[in-house]
Each structure stands twice: as structure tokens, then as C-alpha cells.
Ligand binder design. Structure first.
Ligand SMILES: [Fe+2]
Length: 330
């Protein structure tokens, strides 16, 4: 509720009492409408985002994520190790450079080649993978039933137009369009400080509102190999950007959201490159039970079970007989 004389600042959530002078009628109406709009916007944003200082139970985590909540886990101890691993890998990629401004000192070809090599090296960084798995478990995933995707170290330099694997500005998409898995959880973290001009955007207005997209007929096995197949399915119509959330968190915060949330890279309009890490998880019990987010506009792609390996022992997730029909066929 918007109280007279109180402004609610949406970004820092501060309320400031204010002895408002008497305004002419038009001014009073404008003031009231503005105040109301800010309040509605703030309430909408805070409804989607939940800040957590501790982990959750696997059940509470799934309930929140599959209801569309966006979770910010702050202060999870293993995250410090993950950030340290990412920074070590980045430093080794750009020796003698400040990583966030290295794009200004290297030619584009060399910069992109280094980023590609960095991404490859990080995927197999055992310390980083251990820290990732410890962070996921600390947040609340079931360590015995959870499978994870690769750990990607992504670079989004200023002004990047297109995108490639782990590089550039990714257009609006739902990960579930590509994986076909509605119980998938996305995990994301910045490696260095970010701003709302250099981050990830989520569009909660489309949680229940379908978007035209090109996922029908998309085949993840062909993506990146066959030049005719896009790297990932993306939105093909204008978006409702009302309530857009630009994720601005400190390095060390782990962000979790459903693979069914529409999201994209914010086009980086700052002078610094964005470095972020991401991975995805699924829980085998939820694959069996079908517990997950609603599928409102997916194209029915072949589920990408093969992207995932089990936490701890790295056992591959493959189509198997004890899963529902749609997941049991290769
Ligand atoms: Fe994504």
C-alpha cells in the first residue's frame, strides 16, 4: 500500500518519510499515480525474488523454483572457492591485463580465442567442479539424486552483438525450450561486480504468458555442429518487458531460477566485460514424478538428459526404463 508522503524506492527498497507540501490537484494526482506505480512495481519484483542467507531443503527449493521464484543465496561458504577458481582461470587467460578491460588491449581475434580456450579449460577444472557441487548442495539440492550440466564460464564484453557458446549477448530464451526438461534449475553467478547494464535479465511477465519461439523441431544434437541449426531456441516475437528483473548481486551470491523463466543477457553498455558462471541441475526423482514448472510454449524437443552427470561420481544421466515414456527413449 502506498502511504501519503512516503516514496518507495524500487531499487534499494528504502522508504523515506517526506513532509509533502500541498500541491495543486494535477500535481496531487500525478504524485499519487507515480507513487502507486512504483509500489506495484516494487511489490511485483519482490514477489519474484527471494533472498536466502542459508540453504533450503530439496523440497522447499523445488517448490519455490517451480512456482517461479528467483532465489538469491548469499553467504554460501563454498562459493568463495568457486569464485577463486574462476578468477584464477581468468587471470591465466589474460596475464598482465585487468580481465574486465582486456578487450580494450587485445585485438578481437586474440581476445575471442583466449575466451574460448578459457571456457574449455574451466569446464574440466576439478577444483571448480567440486566447489560448484558443494555450493549446489549448500543451497539445497539433494546430493544423491541431483545431476548437473557443465560449468560454463561466460564472457559478455561491451557491445557484443552476436553470441557463441559462452560468449556474447544471448537473446531471450527459456532453457526448457532447448533441454525439454521442466524440472531443470538454472544456477548463475557473477565473478566480478556487475551492474544493471552488465548482467542477466529475467522476464517474469512471461512466466505464464506464452512466447512465439523456434523450439519446435530444434535438435540439441545438431546445435553447434550443423550450421543450419541455431545454438539454442530463442524468442521470435516482441516481449512484455514489464517487471523485467536485472539481476544485480555481489560476487559470491548464487542465483537459482527455473529453466522455464524467459531470460537473456543484457546488452553490455558499460566499459567492463562481464564474467559469469552458470550450470543447470535436474533431480532424478522429479524426472520420475514429473514435478516441475509448467510448460506453456515449448516445442517438444527431445529431452537432453545426456547433458547431465550425477553429483559426486559423475555418472551420466541417460534415457532409462524407470523414467516416464518421454524420457526413456534415446
Ligand atoms: Fe539460459
Amino acid at each position: 500500500m502506498c502511504l501519503p508522503g512516503v516514496i518507495v524506492f524500487p531499487e534499494n527498497d528504502l522508504s523515506v518519510a517526506w513532509n509533502r507540501p500541498r500541491l495543486p490537484l494535477a500535481g496531487q494526482i500525478l504524485s499519487t499515480v507515480t507513487c502507486y506505480a512504483w509500489s506495484v512495481w516494487r511489490i511485483a519484483v519482490t514477489d519474484w525474488i527471494e533472498r536466502r542467507v542459508k540453504g533450503m531443503s530439496p523440497e522447499a527449493l523445488s517448490d519455490a523454483i517451480f512456482a517461479g521464484r528467483i532465489l538469491y543465496f548469499e553467504g554460501l561458504q563454498p562459493m568463495q572457492d568457486l569464485i577463486a577458481c574462476a578468477r584464477r582461470c581468468i587471470d591465466a587467460t589474460f596475464p598482465g591485463h585487468d580481465p574486465v578491460s582486456a578487450h580494450t588491449q587485445l585485438d578481437q581475434k586474440s581476445y575471442e580465442e583466449r575466451c574460448a580456450a578459457m571456457r574449455k579449460a574451466f569446464i574440466t577444472d576439478r577444483k571448480a567442479l567440486r566447489a560448484l557441487e558443494a555450493s549446489l548442495t549448500a543451497a539445497g539440492v539433494d546430493g544423491h539424486a541431483t545431476y548437473r550440466d557443465r560449468l560454463v564460464l561466460r564472457v559478455s564484453p561491451p557491445g557484443a552483438l552476436g553470441y557463441r557458446r559462452g560468449f556474447g549477448t544471448v537473446p531471450p530464451h527459456r532453457d526448457s525450450w532447448g533441454s525439454g526438461l521442466m524440472n531443470q534449475i538454472n544456477w548463475w553467478l557473477p565473478v566480478y561486480p556487475i551492474t544493471k547494464e552488465r548482467t542477466l535479465a529475467i522476464f517474469p511477465a512471461h512466466w505464464k504468458d506464452p512466447v512465439k519461439n523456434d523450439s519446435r523441431g530444434w535438435n540439441w544434437r545438431e546445435a553447434g555442429k550443423n550450421p543450419g541449426v541455431a545454438l539454442l531456441p530463442t524468442a521470435q516475437s516482441d516481449l512484455d518487458r514489464s517487471g523485467e528483473i536485472r539481476v544485480v548481486v555481489e560476487p559470491g551470491t548464487l542465483v537459482a531460477f527455473s529453466a522455464a523463466h524467459l531470460h537473456a543477457s543484457v546488452k553490455n553498455t558499460t566499459n567492463a566485460a562481464r564474467f559469469s558462471c552458470e550450470s543447470r541441475t535436474v533431480n532424478i526423482d522429479e524426472l520420475r514424478s514429473g514435478n516441475g514448472a509448467p510448460d506453456i510454449d515449448g516445442g517438444g524437443v527431445q529431452p537432453a538428459l545426456e547433458w547431465f552427470v550425477r553429483l559426486g561420481d559423475g555418472e551420466a544421466l541417460t534415457p532409462r526404463a524407470d523414467l516416464p515414456d518421454t524420457l526413456s527413449r534415446p
